[in-house]
Design a protein around this ligand. Structure first.
Ligand SMILES: [Zn+2]
Length: 405
């Protein structure tokens, strides 16, 4: 009887003290990030990440989940991805949800389902004095980067989207260039000229960033003759830009006491997953991670002022780690592949065979509707725990930055 009473007192005390203790901890260091990174792995679900971890383990000859880069981040949440028109979103609707906090129909960009223009958080942050960087390894007029500066009823109106870039006033753009620099019919004013006339310095290639003044607005693209999306990392040649180089350039160019917001897309995870190219997809996830490591190095120097969020817009390919009957995974079967299926179509059958042998499964050539992970580290990252919707992400970013949405 006595013991029961004693236990009750201890439990009661714990109920009173524990919340106070955890509240006290939160109070000890209320940190507001001044430097915010939002990384979007296009088409990257947790299955793509698990596959990559399993691949890294297999390279060491062990069974396991070898963590890498952002998968070591301490805070994990999960976001739903559906659009206003379908449970299975496209990148334009998902990009719009993440950039504006409002859902729209598939194929629409920066507008609501009725076609009304929405405002990307980049504009709100810009008006508060933050420097804005928009980075991708595909072209700058593709849906994910475009959702952060443009409005269009159709995501594939590439030229109409691109002309909005120099009007944005944002500080740094980096990517593969533009889809149709002279318009779909090749008869419009050249987009590079419009960008330069809009006050931007066009920098071609990573080396070109040397000597660029911090006061200049920059559009960094591939070197002359290589315009278009950046090659898959598995196909990268000397002189090709990489996502890591662009993120590094963005950090160097935008770092100032004013703070910055950098959104960076790993856009080709989606492309290789559409093509059911397992090895290239793994390499793209690792390449995306290398770009995130640039941000992490920055975070280590400014831990109290930096927030890094890593998420995705949707799953692509419905990839599975293990396929068909049996409990087998043999990722060593991918070892001989040293080019993407896209660049080496003659060996397509051979690569498909490798995927089958490795037991990588694919269930769709499009996207799937599964929720995607949100990894984060740094000031305000605890806001990103738990389960929420993709439209909550910009709201949680603003909450972390102590800015009303
Ligand atoms: Zn896609």
């Amino acid at each position: 009887m006595k013991k029961t009473l004693f236990n009750s007192i201890i439990i009661a005390l714990a109920i009173i003290i524990l919340p106070v203790a955890s509240y006290g901890q939160q109070q000890k260091a209320p940190k507001t990030p001044k430097y915010v990174f939002l990384f979007i792995g296009d088409g990257m679900s947790q299955a793509h990440i698990s596959l990559t971890e399993a691949y890294l383990s297999s390279q060491k000859g062990v069974i396991g989940n070898e963590p890498f880069s952002f998968t070591k981040f301490p805070v994990l949440g999960m976001s739903s991805t559906y659009s206003a028109s379908s449970f299975i979103t496209c990148s334009a609707a998902a990009g719009t949800a993440i950039s504006t906090g409002t859902k729209t129909n598939n194929l629409m960009l920066g507008v609501d389902p009725a076609g009304n223009k929405l405002t990307s958080i980049t504009y709100k942050l810009k008006s508060k004095g933050y420097k804005i960087g928009i980075v991708t390894n595909v072209t700058l007029d593709q849906a994910t980067p475009a959702a952060f500066y443009a409005n269009s009823l159709k995501r594939n109106s590439y030229y109409d989207i691109a002309v909005q870039l120099p009007l944005s006033g944002h500080d740094f753009f980096g990517g593969g260039g533009f889809n149709s620099p002279n318009g779909a019919d090749n008869n419009q004013p050249n987009i590079y000229k419009l960008v330069a006339d809009g006050g931007y310095k066009i920098v071609r290639g990573y080396e070109g960033m040397k000597g660029v003044s911090k006061s200049e607005k920059v559009v960094l693209v591939q070197s002359e003759g290589k315009e278009g999306d950046l090659p898959f990392s598995i196909d990268r040649k000397e002189g090709d830009l990489s996502l890591k180089q662009i993120v590094s350039s963005a950090i160097d160019h935008l770092y100032s006491p004013a703070g910055f917001f950098i959104v960076a897309e790993g856009g080709k995870i989606d492309w290789s997953a559409h093509a059911h190219d397992g090895k290239t997809t793994i390499m793209e996830v690792l390449d995306f991670a290398e770009a995130i490591d640039e941000a992490y190095e920055f975070y280590l120097k400014h831990p109290d002022e930096t927030l890094i969020i890593v998420t995705s817009d949707h799953d692509t390919g419905g990839i599975s780690v293990g396929a068909k009957k049996g409990y087998n995974l043999n990722l060593k079967a991918l070892d001989p592949q040293n080019a993407s299926m896209a660049i080496d179509p003659e060996n397509l059958e051979k690569y498909e065979e490798m995927n089958t042998k490795a037991s990588i499964g694919w269930t769709t050539t499009s996207h799937s509707g599964v929720a995607v992970p949100v990894y984060s580290v740094g000031a305000g990252s605890l806001n990103f725990t738990g389960r929420y919707d993709n439209t909550d992400i910009p709201k949680l970013i603003f909450k972390s930055m102590n800015i009303p949405f």
